[in-house]
Design a protein around this ligand. Sequence first.
Ligand code: NG1
Length: 479
Amino acid sequence: MTSIPDLIAEFRRRFQMEPSHLIRVPGRVNLIGEHIDYNGLPVLPMAMEREIRAVIARRPGAEVAVTNTVRRFADRQFTLSRRIPPYQTGDWGNYLKAGVQGIVDWAVEKGLEPDGLSGFSMLIDSDLPMAAGLSSSSALVVTSALATLSAAGLSAGRRELADRLSVAETYVGTLGGGMDHASILLSEAGAALKIDFFPLRTTVVPLPAGFDFVVTNSMITAPKTAAARIGFNRLSMESRLAVMVLKKKYEERTGAALDNVKRMADLYRYLSPSEVLDMAAGIFPGKVWVKENTAAALGLSEAELDRLYLTMRDGCLLPVPEAGFLFWPKVQHAISEGERVKDSVTALQSGNAEAFGRLMNESHASCRDYLGISCPALEKMVTLARSAGAIGSRLTGAGFGGCCVSLVPSALSGRFQEIMAVEYYDKYLKSHHPELYEEARATGYQNLIIVTAPGHGATVRTLAAGGAATPAPATAILQ
Ligand code: NG1
């Protein structure tokens, strides 16, 4: 990663101007609680010590010009306006636009005119693996949002930004939840963060002494953009539909109205998790759920079902999977994973690393069996990790590839990393994905096997007048 003085020098070279702010935004690794944030259920991630770094300067007018130290990410330039039109689906610039648009919307809601915001120049650098389930996309959204605030000299609360930016990221077309932005903005160094949603609440959770969290990158890429976003969106759409069917059936049976129920967590205001599971067991299994019977169960026409639940932001319809909607496994995962997060917090608060490790393993099995988001490479990785000494190992993030996180006794950590290097990269990857093996060698194993302590949330610092290389103390841009 480029040092901060070099990044500042590079900014001057590329833009011929002095930078005013340094923005640092970490990635996150989710320890447990996968694919349930959009169900409103709690999650337990920690911020990583890998991050995006950006230096920026305000520029006159409304142009936003962004350049990346990695040339693969072509320069992007666009105009800040009330409605910023997106680039083509899949363009990295959409994450930048999502962050800027998020602040424009926030400003308008606060009664500020978008004219009060300003364009900016930004140079980005990162040592955070991309498309690997470590939240590089949300880190980019947060970076561009903080740049927009900094250029305008505005300040915002971390919590309100986390809420705002999780909605803002849907600009790129994914129906994700709020875990990433909350973890990135609200984490405290040295601990994990339990995050509850609607309303957003956080609890600092201690991590066991004498253990390392080792993140290993399978090299199978897990992008959420383009075609892969259909796979991701289908998971959140099926969960949402399943909840609506449960709500409707309950109302029909009892005659009671369940108000404001949109997500699994909302049902828990009326029913316990095991009551929801029992009810779901009586409704979903043994039937193929297609548009016709799903629409009928909800009292909708198929056209209404399409419009209300199956239309993505770009207007495309989510296809119905060949086997029909898989409501029952989604419900089983969401309910059990939510309970595992609660049990994990209890285990960690009482220093029971073994119990937490078991819950990590159970979470992995649930992600694989109920959500279908594992793949042969991830299965190989967790199996190797457990036999190399991890007391818990699971895929982390959106899945379909990306990374695993393993809980490893510190005394075994060095040996664990050597075994993973040889057994996964040099043997498995080389024989099963030779092209990825070459890429792994070029990337360097130190960027693929990452031991990370829990890091702190994003920071914005002003750079001393004249662009002195030493950042001045944190400003109040983030409160
Ligand atoms: P990653 O791992 O960054 O692709 C995505 C979602 C999260 C969460 C996880 C799965 C976004 C921005 N991120 O994260 O909200 O649903 O998948 O637990 O949509």
